[in-house]
Write a protein that binds this ligand. Structure first.
Ligand SMILES: [Zn+2]
Length: 114
């Protein structure tokens, strides 16, 4: 998978670097990380950033064939070395470009009485 294809096919914006593809459970996951040079303090605009950790978020996007496709994006948790502001760096994610019917399979939550 080329990064340019990711950009074109899934509308992945600038700010992300393609890391790897994971095939699991019949799904395809494209793992994206935030570009270090994209991260900037929202308070003072400083680029001297200390990373405190990270989490990941998943976004379902356009399927490939019959396989569901997810974009897994890193969300670095950062602290500004200049002003001490803590923030999460999350470049805007693309929205799925084609509408896919999602009614075929739904997650049903078992309801339990208290
Ligand atoms: Zn700052």
């Amino acid at each position: 998978m080329r990064q340019s294809l990711l950009y074109h096919a899934f509308g992945v914006r600038e700010g992300y670097d393609y890391q790897e593809t994971i095939y699991q459970d019949g799904c395809i996951r494209f793992v994206l990380s935030v570009r270090p040079d994209w991260i900037r303090c929202p308070a003072c605009g400083g680029k001297d950033i200390v990373r405190k950790g990270r989490r990941y978020r998943e976004l379902q996007t356009v399927p490939i064939g019959l396989k569901p496709v997810f974009l897994v994006t890193e969300v670095p948790q950062c602290e500004c070395a200049a002003c001490g502001k803590r923030f999460e760096a999350a470049p805007p994610l693309p929205r799925p470009m084609s509408a896919t019917p999602t009614g075929s399979r739904r997650l049903s939550k078992p309801s339990r009485g208290g």
